[in-house]
Design a protein around this ligand. Structure first.
Ligand code: LFR
Length: 485
């Protein structure tokens, strides 16, 4: 084993993407962001699409930057790709794209969503088979709509690759479905690590589009056609960004930590050897997605900072620097607590033309006044998300019989002290925020394990916890949080 290992994490989010160079030396991981770029879906007529060629170009630029940042004579040992869930590419045997890549917020799934939602028996059958509730973005509903609106696609496409699978293919030349990203589809069997025949049949999705998912850590081969990366292994990391973020949590081994990956979405959940199923779980919309090692990650998807990202677009005064952000959060903290909160499960927040208008309309319907300024919206959104997180915690405790002692938060929202405090207040337990690039670290952890640099995830977490800065938010304590490392 060389004295240092160099790795690259490609981490694509729905609103931004980045490539990070990691150095593993003396049992410590250090990160350097070598490329960051904005991401957004684009609309043509009534539909929303991802710019796949543009994303691939950005990945290549980032990997070139990673190679250029290596010390002289060093090589990049491996690369791993993670992305948001559910979106996918339909290709033929040569890997050629045969159908446009839709973005998950496209409204094309609305009819299927209602159909399944209104058919109790089918809803229960699909949930019992997959452990995934009926949500507008599911790949199952998307693929159902694709096949129904374009039946010829079943002759054109031979494989369905989720986004990380597709970029792994472009890098390595090998097509494989990885388990964590497959588990976001609502097409995977909740009791095994293979596809669910019942779900595939229900949504009329061709079973031959998929192969048995590989577990994170599988080596897919060396990078192809990329000068400077000839020796670099492509490792199938947890393809789902949320699975990566969860892997990175320095959780206490006794299972009493609740996890919150806070970004565009708020993903509240925990690790478990068994799925959480049944009518209560279905009613609470518990999603039994998978973690890198194949175990379960029961979670609920609370709408998250999408509410705030959208609202900011309507304010010319939106913050543009860290300093302006700090001022906005301070102003929001000084406001009185909102008298009523948003119901964060309202579907009108999913993809509105204007988020501010959607919030105002939601409040008007309930005869409530809209906030007077941006700070007011920030306060209302953070408090409402805090309540959403607390509702998720209560549902998990009821159903799993566990009592959670702390909430570990990573992601963009972990830097928002108002959100952390509102969450601690609403949940009644401390929120521990880590200065941690969760997705990139989880992505690299699986590469390190695959390369033999570290034994397993518990060993990695134990090493990580030693050097990690953290901030604790105590319920009811409205003051600058104590910092300690
Ligand atoms: C977060 C995330 C969520 C998933 C949503 C849609 O980036 O991956 O886990 O539910 O995006 O794919």
């Amino acid at each position: 084993m060389p004295s240092a290992l160099y790795l690259a994490a490609v981490d694509l989010g729905a609103t931004s993407g980045r490539v990070i160079l990691g150095t593993w030396k003396n049992q410590k991981l250090s990160l350097r962001e070598v490329h960051r770029f904005p991401n957004a879906f684009q609309s043509i007529g009534a539909h929303d699409y991802w710019n796949i060629a543009g994303l691939w170009e950005q990945i290549q630029t980032g990997l070139r930057a990673a190679a250029a940042a290596l010390p002289k004579g060093a090589t990049l040992a491996s690369v791993g790709v993670d992305t948001w869930g559910v979106d996918h590419v339909l290709v033929n045997d040569t890997g050629r794209i045969v159908y446009p890549v839709h973005a998950y917020r496209d409204s094309r799934t609305q009819a299927g969503l209602k159909r399944l939602g209104n058919t109790r028996a089918a809803l229960e059958r699909v949930y019992a088979a997959t452990g995934i509730p009926n949500v507008f973005y599911n790949a199952s509903l998307q693929l159902e709509e694709t096949v129904a609106s374009c039946p010829a696609v079943t002759d054109l496409a031979t494989r369905c690759l989720f986004l990380p699978d597709y970029f792994n293919f472009l890098l390595s030349g090998r097509m494989a479905n990885e388990l964590t990203i497959a588990s976001t589809s609502q097409l995977l069997d909740v009791h095994s690590a293979d596809w669910s025949r019942a779900a595939l049949d229900h949504f009329r999705v061709p079973a031959q589009w998929f192969t048995k998912p590989v577990l994170a850590g599988a080596k897919l081969g060396r990078v192809k056609n990329f000068p400077g990366l000839e020796k670099t292994q492509v490792v199938a990391v947890p393809g789902h960004d949320t699975a990566c973020a969860y892997d990175a949590m320095p959780a206490s081994p006794d299972g009493t930590d609740l996890f919150l990956s806070s970004g565009t979405w708020s993903l509240v959940g925990f690790e478990s050897d068994a799925p959480v199923l049944g009518p209560d779980a279905l009613a609470a919309r518990i999603s039994n997605e998978r973690i890198g090692d194949g175990r379960y990650r029961p979670l609920t998807n609370v709408i998250g900072l999408w509410l705030l990202e959208g609202t900011l677009k309507d304010f010319a005064s939106r913050p543009k620097s860290d300093d302006e952000w700090a001022k906005l959060i301070s102003a929001a903290e000084k406001l009185p607590a909102p008298t009523a909160l948003l119901d964060v499960t309202d579907p009108s927040f999913a993809n509105p033309k204007s988020m501010k208008a959607a919030i105002d309309a939601h409040l008007k319907k309930r005869r409530l006044a809209a906030p007077k300024n941006l700070a007011g919206y920030v306060r209302l959104i953070c408090a409402s998300l805090g309540r959403g997180h607390a509702d998720a915690k209560a549902a998990f405790e009821r159903m799993s019989g566990r009592t959670f002692k702390r909430i570990l938060i990573v992601g963009g929202g972990s830097k928002n002290r108002l959100l952390c405090q509102e969450t601690a207040d609403a949940c009644g337990i401390p929120v521990v925020s880590f200065a941690l690039e969760g997705t990139a670290v989880g992505n690299m952890a699986r590469q390190l394990i695959a390369l033999g640099g570290v034994k397993n995830l518990p060993a990695f977490r134990a090493l990580l916890a030693k050097s990690l800065k953290q901030t604790t938010y105590t319920p009811g304590e409205r003051r600058a949080p104590a910092r300690h490392s």
